[in-house]
Design a protein around this ligand. Structure first.
Ligand SMILES: Cc1cc2nc3c(=O)[nH]c(=O)nc-3n(C[C@H](O)[C@H](O)[C@H](O)COP(=O)(O)OP(=O)(O)OC[C@H]3O[C@@H](n4cnc5c(N)ncnc54)[C@H](O)[C@@H]3O)c2cc1C
Length: 420
């Protein structure tokens, strides 16, 4: 069996950035396995622009942004295998994949990095009465059909969920000549970025129905119409406030979940809040030598951050590969008041880099408040913030001296909150 230093699973921007960073740090034999026919990941279907402002200080389309990372990985001689679907991993770091070119192959690695992206919640995740007729797509499926396969998915469209992919697809459908009758969002606020509400809905006069949901889909073979109801504060539909729309297509943009099948298969400890693996500051999971990054760890708002995290996981992996002994003593990080989750979920208590970046999201929109990061009951950082929303990920660098000294759990919470 062939033995390599590191195998990166997933060739999206996180996996590509990870593989390149491994190479740049002197890890010679790095194999990247990507199930699709091309590297680039989900960005290959995101043909709109707006990518790369953080990383490259310019506006790129999704494919152009991904190509920058693919070009770098190729230039550094990362062995990229496309059409290679990983079907299993083991705790002793054997990776098996299937490919048309090579058949069924198993490799032994010293380290594995999971950069497998995320999947979309589909109709099964929400309860909508009606038949299982054609014409109901996740927003990402529709995006792939239109932007990659060249098929138009419908003419009169309604979108459930105001996540960014749904908003971007509302604009895309209009540009392709469809009519988008509205977007319904069950929460009293949108889950998309403010710039996408403006550019994708308001600029096209597409109504956004907050505190609304689809309660019925009509049609036997194909969608013929839907009922949309206002919901009360417990998210129960108010029957008297029902509207009917004649549509032939429903797009669902109701959330993304890290693709966690491989991690789950070997009982890597999972974090129920992010639905991805528990990782430490090196992005190492509970199985030594197996790392996770990008949307396969927790869903990111911007691709730039997913790529940056891929590179950081590579640095953690290099530390693991070059270090003989591992410290197994951790403190936990906790999501306190109004914080949805915190990544990393745990930190080494005896050896940490000088600064660790903490990723988190608020649970609901906050107009004003203070983010307070504590180790035990001592404050490490306190930062006044305005206009925080759950759709936007926060990244805060934290100096680790106090954690190393006190060796107590770290909690991030919002204090003095004024709600939006
Ligand atoms: C439909 C959709 C649209 C999006 N649109 C935008 C947008 O417009 N702007 C934005 O900033 N962000 C967008 N995002 C978020 C975007 O996915 C992330 O910001 C970023 O691209 C994630 O990069 P990644 O490398 O973590 O994941 P991905 O780009 O998803 O890459 C993961 C890769 O892993 C591969 N893979 C998975 N399992 C296996 C396996 N078993 N074997 C081999 N390969 C495997 C997949 O094929 C994929 O190529 C979108 C996400 C989705 C799902």
């Amino acid at each position: 069996m062939r033995h390599v230093s590191a195998i990166v699973i997933g060739g999206g921007c996180a996996g590509l950035a990870c593989a390149s960073t491994l190479k740049k740090n002197g890890i010679e034999d790095v194999v990247l396995l990507e199930k699709d026919d091309e590297a680039g990941g989900i960005l290959n279907q995101c043909i709109h622009n707006g990518f790369g402002l953080t990383t490259f200080k310019e506006q790129l389309s999704g494919p152009a942004f991904a190509e920058r990372f693919a070009d770098e990985a190729r230039a550094l001689n990362v062995e990229i295998k496309t059409g290679a679907m990983v079907v299993s991993i083991t705790e002793d770091k054997k990776v098996s994949y299937e490919s048309q070119k090579e058949g069924y192959v198993t490799l032994q690695a010293d380290a594995i990095i999971l950069a497998v992206g995320c999947y979309e919640r589909n109709r099964g995740a929400v309860q909508i009465d009606g038949m299982r007729c054609a014409g109901v797509f996740t927003a990402g499926q529709a995006q792939r059909y239109i932007n990659i396969e060249g098929y138009m998915v419908g003419k009169r469209v309604f979108i459930l969920g105001s996540g960014d992919i749904g908003l971007i697809m509302a604009r895309r459908m209009m540009l392709e000549g469809a009519e988008v009758l509205g977007v319904a969002e069950i929460m009293p606020y949108s889950n998309g970025l403010a710039r996408n509400i403006k550019q994708c809905l308001e600029d096209f006069n597409i109504p956004l129905y907050l505190s609304h949901t689809i309660t019925h889909i009509y049609g036997k073979d194909r969608v013929e119409g839907i009922d949309v109801c206002k919901v009360d504060e417990h998210m129960r539909p108010i029957e008297e406030e029902k509207m009917h729309f004649d549509v032939d297509t429903v797009l669902l943009s109701i959330g993304l979940i890290p693709e966690n099948h491989l991690a789950d298969s070997i009982q890597i400890q999972m974090d129920s809040k992010i639905k991805g693996p528990v990782v430490d500051e090196n992005f190492m999971t509970s199985v030594p030598g197996i790392f996770a990054a990008g949307n396969g760890l927790h869903v990111h708002d911007l691709a730039d951050y997913a790529a940056k995290q891929g590179a950081k996981a590579a640095e953690g992996c290099v530390r693991y590969l070059k270090q003989a002994s591992q410290d197994n003593d951790y403190v936990n990080t906790n999501a306190g008041n109004e914080i949805g989750y915190v990544v990393p979920a745990r930190l080494h208590q005896n050896q940490l880099p000088k600064i660790v970046e903490m990723y988190f999201r608020v649970r609901k929109p906050v107009k004003k408040g203070t983010i307070v990061i504590k180790c035990g009951d001592e404050v490490i950082r306190s930062i006044p913030k305005e206009n925080l929303v759950p759709s936007e990920m926060e990244i805060i660098p934290v100096v680790t001296d106090l954690i190393l000294e006190k060796k107590q759990d770290v909690t991030i919470s919002m204090e003095d909150v004024v709600y939006a």
